[in-house]
Design a binder for this molecule. Structure first.
Ligand SMILES: *Cc1c(COP(=O)(O)O)cnc(C)c1O
Length: 403
């Protein structure tokens, strides 16, 4: 049995065990090295973190509450369930934490233009938001299919001053948008900062995004110690690219008694081809510059992920999760579309909180887990975002249309 990984990665080359690294075209290596150097500089500057914290407090509304879900706990009939309320952040999810950190880094580097990829549009909106705040030029790459599906977020980004570039290549989804953003970056590397939305991509993105999302777990740790005077027994978070999960979990990795569960999108069932369970059902390969678990066919071609929640259908996962899986530190599991929709309705009715469909996967699993635990035990679930954006999707799903 390998020793559990306690969060001290990556190494100097960006590897978490064998996962991660920087498998990129040579034309981007100078840009990635410049980025890594800049991050390593600001990382040790107290002024940088003071400004980050200030914006999180005044603009994002942190700290986000840690809410004891009394009714949900009674419903499940087991462990005490706490919700980390990332849904209450400005723009409605955890993604803004990372955007604040990275735009400060872009400013430090003297960049004037920000580019980003987006799938459902949540990361695009968060990016456009910080660009407005910092008066930076903003270009968002979005697949044409996603543009059609996510009109509201497209309008939001435009209102915030962003230019939307439609990506017609491939299936016109997140993976294609990310490819285009990388191509744009190669052409405009002098002026442009690529603000990546999740803990995937080439080194140093996975470690940067983790450091900017760690605030979730750091706050949760203090909050639970104040409320319960002990650490939680379990943490539960949904896993798309893996940033909200890592943000919650990382500050607890060295506490052996805190069990951790990453919940992937089981879609129509992991026995069908239609899911996005990259760890539970994928294989190791390279996508977007890092070695990790991916959904791929026998020829190594990347498959399209399916999930009712647009934020979970990325066909890969951040590399640090690869190591957390292999060392057994985090247990990965999957929740289906149907189970997520049930949890979406249940939390709305039980607690008056409409969760994002992504977060509903974590809620669904936490209910099952609570039932196997004792009443004095504690679970913290990361409520990664609010679900107002998902009302139409759920309505259609319930009407029997395929999501
Ligand atoms: C984007 C998103 C996710 C998935 O991304 P991670 O990087 O895995 O956290 C989860 N929940 C919400 C609300 C999102 O917007």
């Amino acid at each position: 049995m390998t020793t559990p990984y306690t969060g001290n990665g990556p190494d100097d080359l960006g590897f978490f065990g064998k996962f991660g690294g920087c498998y990129m075209p040579e034309s981007l290596m100078p840009a990635l090295q410049e980025l890594e150097q800049a991050f390593n500089t600001v990382r040790h500057k107290p002024e940088f973190w003071a400004e980050y914290q200030q914006i999180l407090t005044d603009f994002v509304g942190r700290p986000s509450p840690l809410f004891y879900a009394k009714n949900l706990t009674a419903y499940a009939g087991g462990a005490r369930i706490y919700l980390k309320r990332e849904d209450l952040n400005h723009t409605g999810a955890h993604k803004i934490n990372n955007c604040v950190g990275q735009i400060l880094l872009a400013k430090f580097m003297g960049k004037t233009r920000i580019i980003a990829e987006t799938g459902a549009g949540q990361h695009g909106v968060a990016t456009a938001t910080v660009c407005a705040l910092f008066k930076m030029k903003c270009t968002i790459f979005m697949g044409e299919t996603d543009i059609q599906r996510q009109q509201m977020n497209v309008e939001r980004m435009k209102l915030l001053g962003a230019e939307i570039r439609s990506v017609q290549k491939g299936r016109g989804t997140l993976k294609d948008a990310m490819n285009e953003a990388l191509r744009d970056w190669i052409r405009h590397v002098d002026t442009t900062y690529y603000l990546l939305g999740t803990g995937a991509g080439p080194h140093p993105y996975p470690v940067m995004v983790r450091e900017f999302q760690k605030i979730i777990g750091l706050e949760a740790r203090n909050q639970i110690l104040l409320k319960e005077n002990k650490l939680p027994d379990a943490l539960v978070a949904c896993v798309g690219g893996g940033s909200n999960a890592l943000g919650l979990m990382h500050p607890f990795l060295q506490d052996p008694n805190v069990k951790m569960f990453g919940v992937e999108a089981g879609g129509k069932g992991t026995h069908t081809g239609e899911h996005a369970a990259s760890i539970c059902k994928g294989q190791v390969g390279v996508l977007h510059g890092n070695l990790t678990y991916l959904l791929q066919d026998l020829d190594g071609q990347i498959l399209e992920g399916h999930s009712i929640s647009a934020g979970l259908d990325y066909p890969g996962v951040g590399p640090e999760h690869g190591l957390l899986f292999e060392t057994g530190r985090v247990t990965y599991t999957a929740i289906t579309d149907q189970e997520a929709v049930n949890a979406f309705q249940l939390l709305s009715q039980q607690e008056g909180i409409i969760p994002a469909l992504e977060s509903s996967h974590a809620i669904a699993y936490a209910i099952q887990l609570a039932q196997e635990m004792q009443p004095e035990q504690i679970i913290i679930v990361n409520l990664s975002g609010r679900g107002d954006k998902d009302l139409n999707t759920v309505k259609k799903y319930l009407a029997g249309a395929t999501a």
